[in-house]
Each structure stands twice: as C-alpha cells, then as structure tokens.
Design a protein around this ligand. Sequence first.
Ligand code: ZN
Length: 347
Amino acid sequence: MLTFYNELHAQHQGRHEFFRGELVPCFEKPERADSVLAELGRRGLGRIVTPHGVPLMSLERVHTPRYLHFLRNAWNEWVALDPANAKKDAIPSVWPVRTLRSDIEPDNFAARMGLYSMDSGTPLTAGTWTAAKTGADCAVNAAHALRLGERGAFVLSRPPGHHAGADFFGGYCFLNNAALAAQHLLDDGARKVAIIDIDYHHGNGTQSIFYQRSDVLFISIHADPRGEYPFYLGHADERGEGAGHGFNLNLPLAAGSSTQAWFSALETACIRIGSFAPDALVVSLGVDTFAGDPLSRFSLQSADYLKIGERLAWLNLPTAFIFEGGYAIKELGVNVVNVLEGYETAL
Ligand SMILES: [Zn+2]
C-alpha cells in the first residue's frame, strides 16, 4: 500500500461549527489524520510519501472554474472585509434555495459563501485552500500510481471530500478527492471506474458529479438521508440520469441497522461492481460507521474493518482508498488501517 500523505492538512483547522442548534468545537479536526498516520507507522503497511502538486486544470476536470476561483480567494476576501475577521472562521449564513437564482454570482461575500455551500457546519479557515488543494494533489497522485501498476494506494488527507459537489462545499468537504481520483484514472487511460462510498453519510457530491455518466459507477452504503446528513440526496430511487441511468446505486440503511445488514449491502455493492467490470476502484473510506462514533448510529466494530478490506480485495482491482469521515478519534487509526491491512493481506 502506497500512502500519499497531506502533510499540510492541519492548515485547515476550524474553530466552531453549527451542530444541533449550538456553536460547538469542530468534529473534523487535525487529530483525525494524526491518529491514522500514527497507526500506519506502527503497522508498517508500506511507503508513506508526499504528493507532487498538480495543475489547477486537473481540478477543473471535476470542479467549475468559478467555484475554484472563489475557494482560492475566499479567505483573503473575508479578511479584507474586516481585519478582525482573521481571528474568526468564515461560515455561510444565506443560501439560494429553490426559487432564488444561482446563475448570477453576487458581489457580496456572504452571498457568494452561500452560493458555493450547502450548510453552516463547514467553516472556511485561513489554510482551507492549501489543505484541500494538497489533498486533491494526493488523490490525483494516487490515481496515477495505480495507472503505473501500484495495486493499492491510500490518500491520507483532510478535510474530506465526498460531500463536495462540482461547485459547492459542505459536510466538512471542499474538493472531492474521490471524484478527482476517478476522473484522473479515466483521463490516464482507464475505460471504466467504480466508486464505492462506505462512509456513514451518503456521498452526495460524488453522486452528483457523475450522475449523468456511464463510465463511472457510483455506489453508496449509508444511513437513510430522511434522518441523516446530507438529507436531500441518497435515496434508493436515485439510479442515474440519461446516459448515467443504471450507474448510480444507493443502498440506504435505517440508522441503528445491524452489522449483518451492513455487510449484506456491501455484498450487493460488490456484486454490482463485479458485473460493471471496471479497470479500477475508488473507495470513499469513512469509518463513522463505527459503533463508538459520536456522530453516527451504525454498529461496526474494529475487527469488522479488516473484513471490509478483505472483501474489497477479492474484487481484484487496483484500488485507491480515500480517507473521508470518522470522528471517534481514539479508534480512528485502528479502524482505517484495518481496512487497508485487510486489503493487503487477503490475497
Ligand atoms: Zn461521514
């Protein structure tokens, strides 16, 4: 397993997020990646390297130029409004819902924050762009490594990516690393790529990016969005659109579902991936499915993550694992590295 580590991840460090009516300390914090890095080192699962920077053009394969321009400059604009803002996170507070227009980009900064976001739980900070861009570099580098013959690559980065769409951030995510990896695999010669998202939350950003395409199969196993974030996407009847019809598979489970139900969904996903016959696999690896996760309500145990890695290995595909959610800091490293070790040792 070749790990691409984002050593600049801690530059994205939010102070507070809105959560259940309160401003609380951010759940998505640097200790998350530190925990995984420490465990990776302990187990010696392979080389850990830092990525080469990729041109913005690579990011524009997935994200709109308008959104990328906003994201790059947002912090400087925020501080230019008032020097005192340097000590505060920028948090969106207004959104262009349904009957309002989103085709015109407003001049007002708060209005643009809202145009390019989906919630108030995702603070933008001084180092957000640097951390997110370096994470995107890791994702593209990992995809490239697979094309050069590597069997498995791991992107150890934060902020995560799977909630970020082509032109919006949210759910702690800014740039969609899984989508960037999948797109780079295709641009580098793969004919078809499958993405399996096993985070507790539906990968709405990834789904929306590939919804009308048949060269990327997107599958997500997640908590029913009627009760869990991202709420407005992730239902079973979302099958894809136009040429993409039949290439999107959502497997929502009720919050509180058993581990057996979860693995049954994994089996359904693996069978669909097998019939799709892709050239490579991208895994959105969230471990907030863990019983002890403070944000979630599934009941996987640490040993279950080994089994997930083993099952994915049997698909026998070059695989890029992308670190997404998981907030039980103490067990986070063990759970993530268990998936990777299961993958490495199964065959
Ligand atoms: Zn999650």
